[in-house]
Design a protein around this ligand. Sequence first.
Ligand code: FMN
Length: 428
Amino acid sequence: MKGIFSALDRQRFIYLTGVSGKKPAIPTDLNTLEALAKDRMSPEAFAYIAGGAGVETTISNNRHGFDQWQIVPRMLRDVSQCDLSVQLFGQKLPAPLLLSPVGVLEMAHRKADLAVGAAAASLGVPYIFSNQASVAMEKVCEVMSDSPRWFQLYWSRSNELVESLVKRAEACGCGAIVVTLDTTMLGWRLRDLDMAYLPFLRGKGIAQYTSDPVFRRLMQEPDDNSAPAPRQSLTLDTLLSVAELMRAYPGGLLKNVRSRAPLKAVRKFINIYTNPALQWDQLSLLRQYTKLPILLKGILHPDDARNAIDLGIDGIVVSNHGGRQVDGAISTIGALPGIAEAVNRQIPVLLDSGVRCGADMFKALALGANAVCIGRPYVYALALAGEKGVNEVIRNLVADFELTMRLSGCRSIDEITPATVVKSELSK
Ligand SMILES: Cc1cc2nc3c(=O)[nH]c(=O)nc-3n(C[C@H](O)[C@H](O)[C@H](O)COP(=O)(O)O)c2cc1C
């Protein structure tokens, strides 16, 4: 068996350590992680991570979408050897798996992005740094050695800030820039609205901004587009929120209280971080800022995939943001065949949203994805067992994928073709 992953070794390890009474740090069923992680987080943190837009139909569509397809295993093909590796943008990955960018990880675990970065690096799985990370990308790089990492960008109202973030990502050795297109404004997220809780207002998830020289300069400038904030009455909650913000911000508490920098940063962030006016032609600006491969995340329509190719974009991520933006949206696995046909293998296609087991990975690859990404499963594993949890969730998912592959008669990723799956009878 080539590569760092071996399903049989993982199985053997779990069963053998079980003889001396040891159980895995996290359960192997990624669907059960959510319920367990709930107990480890504040209600606000859990709502923010688990929640989706509206009545969360997109979240269930993502899951049910995978059930619409079934694998057709083939027999007697000598599956004693199997190669999981894939090439993406000149990098050889040990398996067709990446970690999606997820913001505000400090809500799940105090080591946040540092724990995820270390776990990803220990296995050589690329970690896509979030623009809303809890830890600045430079610090996460320090725990990742030269393991692959990419950077996810939100195109803010300031092109200067966009350029600065991209240049920092280059300096950090990121292998690609992933521009998330589906969040030109926040979705209508009922769980967060009912708790009246948005982490950014508490200074959480804005580390890429507060560590950025352009943002720090912009913080000192007045906003021309700021909507008047509702007057805050001075309650104990207000004071606690302000104290939380002062503590979360880099620098000492006293210094922050005196300079009011955290308040300025949050105000500037709110006014700058999304750009609903963004259009296709603006993306070409990014080419002037970087030579790195550029991927677009949030593509769900074949025509948008064609637009990406026409603009010379290097890859796309079929994603509905884990159901957090548009309620009642198409599942990503449902969108994939049409997009794969439009792309026709001209550029790599990645997929995330709802991937929870090896069979999901297999189906996505069969229907035209070059690799998949996971979001919430590694966040729940982080909440449950920190770096070790993230390491295990990756190992378990890849082991499950490898066995699905081999037991279906596939020895390499190329052999996972459309012919290996059929549309389920029930969905016709
Ligand atoms: C708590 C949370 C925060 C997220 N933050 C970001 C982000 O900062 N940038 C981004 O492009 N996507 C973000 N996403 C979306 C993920 O990158 C990914 O598309 C999604 O989680 C995949 O679906 P899954 O959670 O079902 O695996 C976030 C998702 C969650 C759950």
